[in-house]
Design a protein. Structure first.
Length: 414
C-alpha cells in the first residue's frame, strides 16, 4: 500500500534531525535518478526576503487564467506539507503527496549510498525533488517555484528558469547569507542566468547594481489597476506576479504577448493568500499575517490602514529566537494600542515574558502574556472590542497554530 499523508509527514519530520546542509550535488544526483523532471516544464523562479509565497501563488494564478496548465512549489506550509505542491490552483491531495514522497524516498536511499562523509539527502531536497517529479508527472506547462533559503545553494537552484523574480532584499538569515544587504542580494541573485528575464522588485541602488551585473534583462513591476482591491503590500506582490507572468508569456509567444484584462481580474479574485493579511473574523476585525522579520512587519504595519482603517489594534505576537524581535516590535509599537504575547508550538519561540519586556523597553503600550495561542487571540479580541481590530503576527508558526485544528498539525522545528 502506498504511503498516505501521515506517513509522509512523519518521515519528513524525521529528517529534521539531520538539519540543513548546503550544496547542490546531492540534489543533482537525486534529480538525475528521478529522470531529470525539472527539464520537463518551464519555470518561473521566485526569490527574495518577503512576499515570495504570495508572489508565487499570484504568478501561478495569472498564468493559469491565461490558459496554461500551471504548477507551483511553495514553502513553508501552514497545516500540511501537501500545501507545498499545487497544480492548477489546488493543493496536492494527501494520497498523491504521500505517494510522491514515497517514490522520492526510495530514490534518495539509493543516492545516499553513493554519498560519503556522512552526507545524505536533506528534508528540503527530498521535498523539492518530489515536487519537481510530481509537477512533471502532472504534465504542467510551467511551474512557479519559490526558493527556500537564499538562492545560490538552495535546492531549487537546479532550474534554468527563463524568468526570475526578486521580490525584495532584507536582513534575514544573516548567519547563512551574510551580514549585509549586498551579501544577501548576491546569494539570492545567484539563481539568475545571464539569458533570463529578472523581475526586480527591490529599489535599493546596491541591489539594482548587483542585479544588472547578472546580465539578465531587467523588468520593473508596475501596479495593475485590477489589484486596487487588494490590501497593502499584496498590491506590490501582485505587480511583481503580473510582470513575471507577462515576461514568461513573452518568452513563450514573442515580444508582443500581453496579459488579458480578464486573466488579471480572475487572478485578483483568487488572490487571497492564507496567513497573509487574511481576515478571519469580524467584530472585531481579525487578521492573520505571517510577517516574521522587521521588513515584513513594517510592510504589515503600513498595510493596516488599508486593512482595518482607523480601528484601534491589539496585536497577538509570537517570534522565534533567531529573529530580530526588538526591531520587529519597534515597527508595531507606534501602530497598536496593546499586545498579547504568546508562544507558538515551535520550540524556538521566544518566551512571551521576554517579548513583553522588550516591548516595555521600547515604550510600547500595555501588554499581557498568554502562552496558549488560541487563548491569546481570544483575549486580544476581548480587549479590542467589537469596534476594534486584532492582528496576529510575528511567526508563520503562530499563524499555523491558529488555523489548525488542535492536535492536527505535526510541528516542525526548522
Amino acid at each position: 500500500m502506498s504511503w498516505d499523508l501521515d506517513r509522509a509527514e512523519r518521515h519528513l519530520l524525521s529528517l529534521e534531525l539531520f538539519g540543513m546542509r548546503f550544496g547542490l550535488e546531492r540534489m543533482r544526483r537525486l534529480l538525475t535518478a528521478l529522470g531529470t523532471p525539472q527539464e520537463r516544464f518551464g519555470a518561473v523562479h521566485v526569490v527574495g526576503t518577503n512576499g515570495k509565497s504570495s508572489t508565487t501563488r499570484m504568478t501561478a494564478a495569472i498564468l493559469q487564467a491565461g490558459g496554461l496548465r500551471v504548477g507551483a512549489y511553495l514553502s513553508p506550509h501552514l497545516v500540511s506539507y501537501a500545501e507545498r505542491i499545487r497544480v492548477d490552483g489546488a493543493d496536492l491531495d494527501g494520497d498523491a503527496f504521500g505517494a510522491a514522497i514515497e517514490r522520492a524516498v526510495a530514490v534518495a536511499a539509493k543516492v545516499d549510498r553513493t554519498l560519503t562523509g556522512g552526507e545524505r539527502v536533506t528534508q528540503f531536497e527530498l521535498l523539492t525533488a518530489a515536487a519537481f517529479a510530481e509537477l512533471a508527472r502532472h504534465e504542467v506547462d510551467v511551474a512557479v517555484i519559490e526558493a527556500g533559503l537564499g538562492g545560490r545553494w538552495d535546492a531549487t537552484n537546479v532550474l534554468d528558469a527563463p524568468v526570475v523574480v526578486l521580490t525584495n532584499v532584507g536582513l534575514e538569515h544573516t548567519r547563512w547569507l551574510g551580514p549585509t544587504i549586498p551579501d544577501i542580494a548576491r546569494e539570492k541573485l545567484a539563481v539568475v542566468r545571464p539569458s533570463a528575464t529578472l523581475v526586480l522588485g527591490d529599489e535599493n541602488p546596491e541591489v539594482v547594481e548587483l542585479a544588472r551585473a547578472t546580465g539578465a534583462a531587467i523588468v520593473r513591476p508596475s501596479e495593475r489597476r485590477q489589484a486596487a482591491a487588494l490590501p497593502g503590500y499584496q498590491r506590490t506582490n501582485f505587480a511583481a506576479a503580473a510582470a513575471a507572468a507577462e515576461a514568461y508569456l513573452r518568452r513563450l509567444h514573442g515580444p508582443d504577448a500581453r496579459l488579458g484584462e480578464e486573466a488579471l481580474a480572475e487572478a485578483v479574485a483568487r488572490a487571497q493568500v492564507s496567513g497573509r493579511l487574511q481576515i478571519v473574523a469580524q467584530d472585531p476585525v481579525t487578521l492573520l499575517d505571517g510577517a516574521h522579520n522587521p521588513s515584513g512587519v513594517a510592510a504589515l504595519a503600513a498595510a493596516l490602514d488599508d486593512a482595518v482603517g482607523a480601528r484601534p489594534v491589539v496585536a497577538v505576537v509570537s517570534i522565534l529566537d533567531d529573529k530580530d524581535a526588538a526591531a520587529m516590535l519597534a515597527e508595531l509599537v507606534p501602530r497598536v494600542r496593546g499586545f498579547v504575547f504568546t508562544a507558538s508550538a515551535n520550540r524556538r519561540s521566544l518566551s512571551p515574558a521576554t517579548l513583553a519586556s522588550l516591548a516595555s523597553q521600547l515604550g510600547g503600550p500595555a501588554s499581557e502574556v498568554e502562552p496558549d495561542p488560541r487563548r491569546a487571540l481570544a483575549r486580544a479580541r476581548a480587549l479590542a472590542g467589537a469596534d476594534g481590530a486584532v492582528v496576529a503576527t510575528g511567526s508563520i508558526y503562530l499563524i499555523a497554530d491558529l488555523v489548525s485544528a488542535p492536535g492536527a498539525r505535526k510541528v516542525s522545528s526548522l
